[in-house]
Design a protein around this ligand. Structure first.
Ligand SMILES: [Zn+2]
Ligand SMILES: [Zn+2]
Length: 267
C-alpha cells in the first residue's frame, strides 16, 4: 500500500469544485492535513460490504462540504472524530489514512453524527474553544440513535458499544482503583454525561451484560454524581426523545441543570 499524500495547495480542491485547493477551500480548516475522500474510503469499501451499503445509501445525505483529515494529538484510543463548524462545513479526523486498522463501523458512526447535524438534531459547540467536552453532550444525545441506525446495516454495534464503554472506564480511571471524585465543575459534568450516556445507550440497545461493572464502580466511588446521573436518566426516559423537539428540550434541560449555558451554545 502506498502512502497517501495530503492535498497540496495546487492540487484540485477536495470539495469537487474543479478549482485549485488554494483558491477554494484551503482556508476552511487551515491547520489540518486534508485528504481526498476517495483515497480515504476506497480501502473500507473494498473490505466491508456493510460499509459499502451504508456509504452508497447515506453519503448523499451529507450536503455540506465534508473534509477528511489526519487526527493529530492527545486521546490516543479515539481513532476517529467528527466536527462541524458553525458555518456548516464538516470534518472527519482519522488516526491514520488510509484507515487500515480503523473499524468501518466507527467511520460510519462519525458520518452518521454529521448526517444527524444536517437533519437538524441539536448540536452544541463550546463557547470557549479551549473546552472540549461539548462532544460529550453531542454524544449523549446522538449516539443511541446512531447505534440504532447502524444496526440496520449489520455492523457489529454491540461490540463497538462494549469497547467504547470499556475505554471510557479506563480513561476516567474506573478500572484502576479510583481515589477521589472529581472536584472540578467541568470534570463533574463530564462524568455525569458519560454516566448518563452509558446508561442511555444500554437502555436503547437492550444490552444486558454488566459491562466492566461501570455502574457499580460509579455508584461506589461517585455516589453524589451517580444520583445526579440517575435523575437525568429519568428525565431522558420520560421524554423518550424520539423527535427533534424532544431532543431540543432535553438538551436545554441538561444545559440549564448543570449551568452549562455560559459554556455551550446550541445550534
Ligand atoms: Zn473547494
Ligand atoms: Zn458518537
Amino acid at each position: 500500500m502506498k502512502t497517501l499524500k495530503p492535498v497540496g495547495r495546487n492540487d484540485e480542491c477536495p470539495c469537487g469544485s474543479n478549482k485549485k485547493f488554494k483558491n477554494c477551500c484551503l482556508g476552511v480548516f487551515p491547520d489540518e492535513k486534508i485528504f481526498y475522500e476517495k483515497d480515504v474510503i476506497s480501502i473500507i469499501l473494498e473490505k466491508s460490504p456493510q460499509f459499502k451499503r451504508y456509504y452508497e445509501e447515506k453519503r448523499k445525505r451529507i450536503h455540506n462540504k465534508l473534509f477528511w483529515a489526519i487526527k493529530r494529538n492527545s486521546t490516543p484510543h479515539i481513532k476517529c472524530r467528527n466536527g462541524t463548524k458553525p458555518s456548516g462545513e464538516h470534518i472527519i479526523w482519522l488516526k491514520e489514512i488510509p484507515p487500515k486498522t480503523i473499524k468501518p463501523s466507527v467511520i460510519a458512526h462519525e458520518m452518521e453524527h454529521i448526517i444527524l447535524v444536517e437533519e437538524g438534531y441539536p448540536y452544541t459547540f463550546p463557547r470557549n474553544t479551549a473546552i472540549n467536552f461539548s462532544s460529550f453532550v453531542n454524544s449523549l444525545l446522538q449516539d443511541p440513535l446512531i447505534y440504532r441506525r447502524l444496526e440496520k446495516y449489520d455492523f457489529d454495534v454491540k461490540n463497538d458499544y462494549i469497547k467504547n464503554i470499556e475505554q471510557l472506564c479506563e480513561e476516567l480511571g474506573f478500572s484502576n482503583s479510583p481515589q477521589k471524585a472529581p472536584t472540578e465543575e467541568l470534570e463533574k459534568i463530564k462524568w455525569i454525561l458519560v454516566y448518563t450516556q452509558a446508561n442511555l445507550i444500554k437502555e436503547n440497545l437492550s444490552i444486558k451484560e454488566d459491562i466492566c461493572s461501570f455502574n457499580e464502580l460509579f455508584n461506589k466511588y461517585y455516589k453524589e454524581i451517580a444520583e445526579e446521573g440517575d435523575r437525568l436518566i429519568e428525565v431522558i426516559q420520560e421524554m423518550g426523545f424520539s423527535t427533534i423537539e424532544e431532543q431540543n428540550e432535553l438538551l436545554k434541560h441538561i444545559l440549564k441543570k448543570y449551568n452549562l449555558e455560559s459554556i455551550l451554545f446550541i445550534i
